[in-house]
Design a protein around this ligand. Structure first.
Ligand SMILES: *Cc1c(COP(=O)(O)O)cnc(C)c1O
Length: 333
């Protein structure tokens, strides 16, 4: 089976498994796991943050980060298909007690006019106050689109002017970096907090991180424990993240090239495929999914007429070319 349903389906490589097996470990609740410490320091440094916190999932990193910026009954603004709203099962409302309002952009982009108009200052006991704006880079449900740095810098200036925070859900920030050459630190510079995943295109079996100030991370450590996310000898997992940063970052360019091949085969414009996610309109998504499965290709339906495919470490050029032939034939009828 050629599995294009997600970039989370990768299995750890031999080298990654070796790094995991050989990792030095300690009890991370005591702050004594040297490999976790290494990963946290390294990832904070890459993005120019004071500190980072290893988490089991990107969803937990997002919850911890937004809890640092938005109090109960305050609001975060985000794009209407943001992962934090659509795919984290209400965690932010349920656990943090925050509220949200959205703008809509087909490509998941920042709409500064809408954000300016929605901004709600502190009005005491009368209105919900905006305390953060969350952006997603790359934007998952918009099809792996990149948020240009210029837009993010303008957003930062707005947030500074009105005194609210900026969170970046950077589950796939690595893809944005490789696709555009924008330094990771430039993305870090526009955000107060970030969430990044090692378990997507980077190919680790588990692991994400929240990035923020030393104070925010100290608080997040407490919240993480309260949520049941205090972990022990997880250097074996952090080692996978370190290995991924060393070996799987630059190769994301291959995934992007593979995604363009798939887009072309499905009759989409390859130039609109910016990273490793391809979303195409089809007449009948469930029928396309099942016809592809019958021919050894797994793709996902993300709507009645929309099919989504992701390229990753475990699909090579030959797999992609074969999937392209299968999908082209199905879509030709
Ligand atoms: C995958 C993903 C996350 C985190 O998901 P987990 O499954 O909780 O690790 C967060 N944001 C985006 C945009 C994602 O694609």
């Amino acid at each position: 089976m050629i599995d294009l349903r997600s970039d989370t389906v990768t299995r750890p490589t031999e080298g990654m498994r070796r790094a995991m097996a050989e990792a030095e470990v300690g009890d991370d609740v005591y702050g004594e796991d040297p490999t976790v410490e290494d990963l946290q320091e390294r990832v904070a440094g890459l993005f120019g943050f004071e500190a980072a916190l290893f988490t089991p999932t990107g969803s937990m990193a997002n919850v911890l980060a937004l809890a640092a910026l938005v109090g109960p009954g305050q609001e975060v603004l985000c794009e209407s298909r943001a992962h934090i709203l659509r795919a984290e099962l209400g965690a932010h409302g349920a656990l943090t007690g925050l509220t949200s309002r959205t703008w809509t952009n087909a490509d998941g982009q920042v709409d500064l006019d809408a954000i300016r108009e929605m901004h709600a200052p502190d009005m005491g006991p009368f209105f919900v106050r905006t305390t953060a704006i969350s952006v997603e880079n790359t934007h998952n449900f918009a099809g792996g689109t990149v948020l240009p740095l210029d837009d993010l810098q303008e957003l930062r200036a707005h947030a500074d002017a009105v005194g609210c925070g900026v969170h970046m859900d950077g589950a796939r920030i690595w893809n944005a970096h490789v696709a555009t050459g924008t330094p990771l630190a430039s993305y870090g510079a526009v955000a107060d907090t970030m969430a990044v995943c090692f378990s997507k295109g980077l190919g680790a079996p588990i692991g994400s991180a929240m990035l923020g100030s030393a104070e925010q991370i100290a608080e997040a450590r407490v919240r993480r424990k309260r949520m049941g996310g205090g972990m022990r000898q997880v250097g074996v997992l952090a080692a996978a993240g370190l290995y991924a940063l060393d070996h799987h970052l630059e190769r994301l360019a291959e995934d992007h090239e593979h995604a363009r091949i798939l887009a072309g085969a499905c009759g989409a414009d390859p130039d609109l495929t910016e990273t490793n996610i391809v979303v195409v309109e089809v007449p009948d998504a469930p029928a396309t999914v099942s016809a592809a499965r019958d021919q050894g290709v797994l793709v996902g339906a993300v709507g009645p007429t929309r099919v989504r495919m992701l390229t990753h470490l475990d699909v090579d050029r030959a797999d992609v070319e074969q999937a392209a032939v299968v999908l082209a034939k199905i879509l030709a009828g």
